[in-house]
Design a binder for this molecule. Structure first.
Ligand SMILES: [Mg+2]
Length: 181
């Protein structure tokens, strides 16, 4: 079995949602970035945890997962966000830009159909803050059919916590692919 993909969301995971008063989480550092298609005089302010790059690299260096961005930042994840965390260039799932007003237009995460097709029968651990019960059912069904699938869902107001990555490494270490390695 191939190493599972590690699908990484950004908003609500690496960039937590603002507090009710709109303030930056004290744990995170502010950065201004200019996403593709925006002019340089109209940057977007983001906040990132200075430890997240190291924590993610600890997982990536095990070789037990294949990391891939899976975010509406698309290519900008690789060119803008990753470098701010000290991450090497990672590939990304080339998500479309649907005209939707909710992240769950069909009751489940809008990314999922694209991810499902992109993964085909590859195992995966997917970190995203926005899964619904239908997504968790999808993961359980994939796993039951022999394609191990783990969804890890941080609280979007807190973002990624070290224990989420501990969950990832614990899970992948138990897969047949890890035992054969
Ligand atoms: Mg998100």
């Amino acid at each position: 079995m191939r190493p599972p993909y590690l699908l990484l969301d950004i908003d609500g995971v690496l960039i937590p949602f603002p507090d009710a008063d709109g303030s930056t989480p004290a744990t995170h550092a502010r950065h201004d970035v200019v996403p593709t298609g925006r002019s340089a005089d109209n940057p977007v302010t983001v906040w990132l945890h200075p430890d997240h790059g190291r924590l993610l690299m600890d997982v990536i260096r095990t070789g037990l997962v294949t990391p891939v961005w899976c975010t509406s930042w698309r290519q900008d994840a690789t060119t803008l966000i990753g470098p701010l965390l000290g991450l090497p260039p990672l590939p990304h799932v080339d998500l479309p830009r649907p005209q939707i007003t909710t992240s769950h237009p069909n009751g489940y995460l809008w990314k999922r159909d694209h991810v499902d097709a992109w993964l085909a029968d590859a195992p995966a651990v997917w970190i995203d803050d926005d899964f619904t019960s239908l997504d968790h059912a999808w993961a359980a069904e994939r796993t039951a059919k022999g394609t191990p699938t783990l969804l890890v869902q941080p609280d979007p107001h807190l973002g990624l916590q070290p224990e989420h990555l501990t969950e990832v490494t614990t899970w992948v270490s138990q897969l047949p692919t890890a035992r054969a390695a």
